[in-house]
Design a protein around this ligand. Structure first.
Ligand code: IP8
Length: 276
């Protein structure tokens, strides 16, 4: 049985729109990932264990959308002029693309001196949504210098749909609620300082929602033409579930990762807190 971890521990989601160029197939924002990883290192130096889950961005959503992988197996579906020739091949290709993105994150973590241990969901998880199946004990270790990393992926499904998309947002929710001693869940997002009262392109500093609870209305960009998972709405739903379990939940602009460091140091930071 693994030792029970008694120290401080947080879960951080690197949003896909933050770490990749969302509309260009498999292009990573290397400098953003590098900056995030140095902050993760600084957080571990504060004695806090970090678990990282990353999104897919253009390494997952574009091909999954073209091949309708979020709908599961569609026996009659064909797509011409694509570098995958069937849905099953597209499943393998998206899994490989996600492993490529994951390898970039792992290599940047190693670069700052952290051991990273990867858990590709298609190897240990099945079924979709917050009730997906998979043993989370693999994320439970007391070694603070080992960063467990996982990501949104195409996983097998137990019914006739055969496969589907498990979002990193569902994984962070389960990790935050089921692993012992998680104090915070941080969604590091791209291009926004947190949850906004108006659409992001119209927002000024005054439009940042610092404290969100269900009666507060917000505007968010959900690119349904690109995304196969739930965008900002899914983050809020899962974040609210986690907040209700007693873990503090925050949305922070990951282009300024020092804000995450300030949060864990109890210093002023900018972003949104999701209230229970
Ligand atoms: O970006 C989606 O994960 P998310 C995973 O965390 C794929 O919602 C493969 C599109």
């Amino acid at each position: 049985m693994p030792a029970i971890f008694m120290g401080r521990r947080i879960v951080v989601k690197f949003g896909g729109a933050l770490i990749t160029k969302k509309d260009e197939q498999s292009v990573a924002h290397l400098q953003v990932i590098r900056n995030l990883c140095s902050v993760i290192k600084a957080i571990t130096e504060e004695g806090i264990q970090v678990i990282i889950v990353h999104g897919a961005g253009s390494f997952g959503h574009l091909k999954a959308k073209r091949w309708r992988l979020n709908e599961g197996y569609l026996p009659d579906f064909v797509l011409l002029d694509d570098d995958s020739s069937s849905q099953q091949e597209a499943v393998d290709d998206v899994r490989n693309d996600m492993l490529t993105l994951n390898a970039i994150v792992l290599s940047e973590l190693k670069h700052v001196g952290l051991n990273a241990l990867s858990h590709p969901p298609h190897e240990w998880a099945s079924n979709l949504g917050p009730q997906f199946l998979g043993d989370l004990a693999r994320f439970n270790s007391d070694d603070i210098d080992t960063i467990h990393v996982t990501f949104g992926d195409v996983v097998n499904v137990d019914d006739e749909t055969q496969f589907g998309i498990l979002s990193g947002d569902d994984i962070v929710a389960r990790l935050s609620m089921e692993l012992p001693n998680i104090e915070s869940l941080v969604f590091a997002m791209g291009g926004v300082d947190g949850l906004l009262k108006v659409p992001p392109h119209l927002a000024t500093d005054e439009d940042l929602i610092e404290m969100w609870s269900p009666e507060v209305s917000y505007e968010g960009l959900h690119q349904t033409d690109i995304d196969v998972t739930g965008g900002i709405g899914l983050k809020i739903q899962r974040g609210h579930l986690v907040a209700k379990s007693g873990v503090s939940v925050h949305l922070i602009n990951g282009e300024y990762p020092e804000r995450i460091l300030n949060l864990v140091r109890n210093q002023p930071w900018k972003g949104t807190t999701i209230l229970s």
